[in-house]
Write a protein that binds this ligand. Structure first.
Ligand SMILES: NC(=O)c1ccc[n+]([C@@H]2O[C@H](COP(=O)([O-])OP(=O)(O)OC[C@H]3O[C@@H](n4cnc5c(N)ncnc54)[C@H](O)[C@@H]3O)[C@@H](O)[C@H]2O)c1
Length: 334
């Protein structure tokens, strides 16, 4: 089997996860470069996996032996780095979101189209085995015609103010994953969005002009309805639940706990709280999405999460913000 040589751009929180998955947990892949603006961060990850380190991503793009790059830099760099990598002929895995600005997203996607390289966006939840199974059941007609999709997505604790400032707001940072999940799991595009937002858990988020709690109602093609609820804080860990209800039944995916142990006594039955956060809950999904990307690069296939899938949730995030501000439903054009 041909070994796919990969360069990582951005070795922070998520970059380190992908580095480990490429170097240690995917057959036929080799991490050959790690680029990070902070050379010490690049060196630390590169040294762990026997790759070369640089503070300049251009060196990765100039290396003709590198077939693909994995972009995990801060969001405001993604669109530009996609364009540069496409022009260098590299296949690209890019973390979500591509950008917050649709003009910049379109320029990046245009570069991808013109160069014909492969682009996969990091919507990892699609690769979670439980969500994947639910998706297959729904697409296979197991619950008949979908009527409703409900998604609960709540973080265990708010991120620091520095993160909030650059996050693009709750809808673009957090609900983006749920917008993607809902479009994918029922296989329909959204036609209309109505959103409410509130500040209930973190005063510092309100001071920065963002919200920490939200409910988004959606209407999809064919009249299917959806409801997403988000919170930046829970008392019990990472809450990730999905239900799709249809004419012949319902499919539900619940939370995952670190163990499946339940203890019972005269006061009732009790189990573990859900896994703490996304790094634990989606560990498997991160590995499987990278495996899919590397397989697509090797076998010259189109990745299942495309650039268009990266663009659609940003359109919805903007619509949700507008709906919240203008207190009315927003129709999605096109
Ligand atoms: N799919 C997911 O579940 C998921 C989870 C976390 C983060 N993300 C996304 O991944 C991206 C990175 O998030 P993070 O939490 O890892 O951030 P981070 O701040 O931990 O890491 C970003 C890294 O990029 C480096 N960097 C800065 N400028 C650079 C440049 N010009 N070239 C190369 N590297 C540069 C920084 O030094 C840092 O090490 C964000 O867009 C975020 O939205 C996705």
């Amino acid at each position: 089997m041909e070994t796919v040589k990969i360069g990582l751009i951005g070795a922070g929180r998520i970059g380190k996860i992908h580095a480990e998955n490429i170097a240690r947990r995917t057959f036929g892949a080799q991490l050959t470069w790690v680029a990070d603006a902070f050379e010490a961060a690049a060196k630390e990850t590169a040294n762990t996996y026997g790759a070369q380190a640089t503070s300049d991503p251009r060196r990765v793009l100039d290396d003709k032996t590198v077939q693909a790059v994995v972009i995990c830099s801060p969001t405001d760099l993604h669109a530009k780095q996609i364009e540069e990598a496409a022009q260098a002929g590299k296949d690209i895995f890019c973390e979500k979101p591509i950008d917050f600005d649709l003009v910049r997203i379109d320029a990046a996607l245009n570069a991808v189209r013109q160069t014909g390289i492969r682009l996969q966006i990091g919507f990892n939840r699609r690769f979670d085995p439980s969500f994947d199974r639910a998706h297959q059941m729904i697409q296979g007609g197991r619950i008949g015609r979908p009527y409703l999709v409900r998604i609960t997505s709540r973080d265990p604790k708010p991120p620091p103010p520095e993160y909030i400032k650059a996050s693009g707001g709750l809808f673009a940072d957090m609900t983006i994953h749920d917008f993607d999940m809902s479009r994918w799991i029922i296989g329909r595009e959204v036609e209309e969005v109505f959103a409410f937002g509130s500040n209930l858990v973190a005063p510092e988020i309100e001071q920065l002009g963002d919200i920490d709690t939200a409910v988004v109602s959606l209407r999809y093609r064919g009249g299917v309805l959806g409801a997403i609820d988000n919170s930046r804080q829970t008392a019990y860990g990472y809450d990730q639940r999905v239900e799709v209800f249809g004419s012949e039944g319902t499919v539900m995916v619940g939370n995952r706990a670190p163990t499946q142990v339940t203890v019972g006594d005269k006061n009732g039955f009790q189990g573990d709280v859900p896994m703490y956060f996304f790094l634990e809950r989606y560990e498997e999904a991160y590995r499987l999405e990278m495996r899919h990307f590397i397989e697509c690069v090797r076998e010259k296939k189109t990745p299942s999460v495309t650039g268009a899938d990266g663009r659609a949730p940003i359109v919805l995030a903007h619509a949700a913000k507008r709906s919240m501000t203008e207190k009315r439903a927003i129709r999605i054009e096109g």
